[in-house]
Ligand binder design. Sequence first.
Ligand SMILES: [Mn+2]
Length: 353
Amino acid sequence: LSADDRQPSAIRHETVEDIPAQAEAIRLLVTGHERVAILTHSNADADAAASALTMRAICTFLGRPPILTITGDTQVPENLMFLTDVLVLTSDDRALEAADLVIYVDCAEAGRIGPLYGAHEAFLKNHPATINIDHHVTNTRFASLNCVIPEAAATSEILMQMCQHLAMPVDASLATSLLAGIYGDTLGLRTPSTTPTTMRVSATLVEAGANIDMVVDWLFRVKPWPAVRLWAAALALADWSGPVIWTYIDRETLERTGSVPSQAEGLINFLAGTIGARAAALAYQETDGWRVSLRSVYDDVDVAELASTYGGGGHPRAAGLRLAGDQSALNEFIKGLGETIAQLPSSSNGTQN
Ligand SMILES: [Mn+2]
C-alpha cells in the first residue's frame, strides 16, 4: 500500500496554512447565529475538555456566549478538575435542540459525542449549520464547515492558532487548559505526532502564563488510590496474543476497585512499551459489549486501518473500536488481532517507542 492508499482522506483535509481562512469562516458562522451549542466526545480527555472550553471562550469573545457546552459524560474526570471553568461542561442536553449552530470539537465523527447522539440523531443529522474542528485523520467530515488538520497533534493546537488569528486574548488560565490539551494528546510533547508547530504553540502558551507544573502533575503524576488498584487488577490479567499485548477491564473489576474507566488512561501506553510487543490492546466492558483501544509500537502496524475493518477509527498508532458480545467475543477478536498483526511484514525502519 502506498501512503495515499493507507490514508485516502488525507488529501481532502485542511492544513495549518488554512487556519487563517478557517478562522474567518468560523467567525462569520458564529456571529451569523444566535444560539451556539458546543459538543465534544464522551470519555472526555484533556484535549476534548480544553477544546470545548476554548471554543466556548472564542464564541463568547465573538459576542455569542454558547447556550451550552456538552460532553457526553455524566461527570468530568477528577484529573481534569484543575481546568478553569471545567464545570460548565455538562451532560444536560435539554436545551440542545434550541441551538441554531452546533460546533463539534475533537470528534472524528458526530457519534463520538456518545449516547446523546442517539437521543438527538435527527436534529443533529439534519442540522443546517454545523462546524467540525478536529485533528483525527479518520474524520468523516460530517459538518457543513470542516476544519480537520491531521498534522496537528491536538485540537487544542488548532484552536490556539485560531485564537491568534482572531486576535483573541488568551489569559493564563485558558493557556493552561490549552497546554493541558496538547500535553494530554502528546504525553507531554513525547509522541511522534509532536511537530515543531506543536512546540511553538506550546511555547506561546507558556509565554501567556500556562502553568506547566499544574498540567504535568494532574495529567501524569497525581492519581487516586482506586486508579492504582485498577492498574494492579488490569496488569494482573495482561497476556499475549501473538505479538499483541493486551488486557481488559470488566464491570466487576471497576466495581471491586471503586474505579472508573478514565482512570485506566495511560495503561495502554504502559503495556505498549513491553519489549516484544508490536501492538497493545485494552478492552473496556460496556453495557452491550466492549470498547477496545489499540496502540501500535511500530510504524508498520496501522491500527487505524485495523480498527476501521471493525467500524472503528483513529490515528495510525492509536485507534479504537466497539465490539458487541461477551468475554468470548472479546477473546475471539483478540485472537484474530494477534494473528493479523503477526502476518504483517515488519518494516526495516520500524523503531520501538
Ligand atoms: Mn485530541
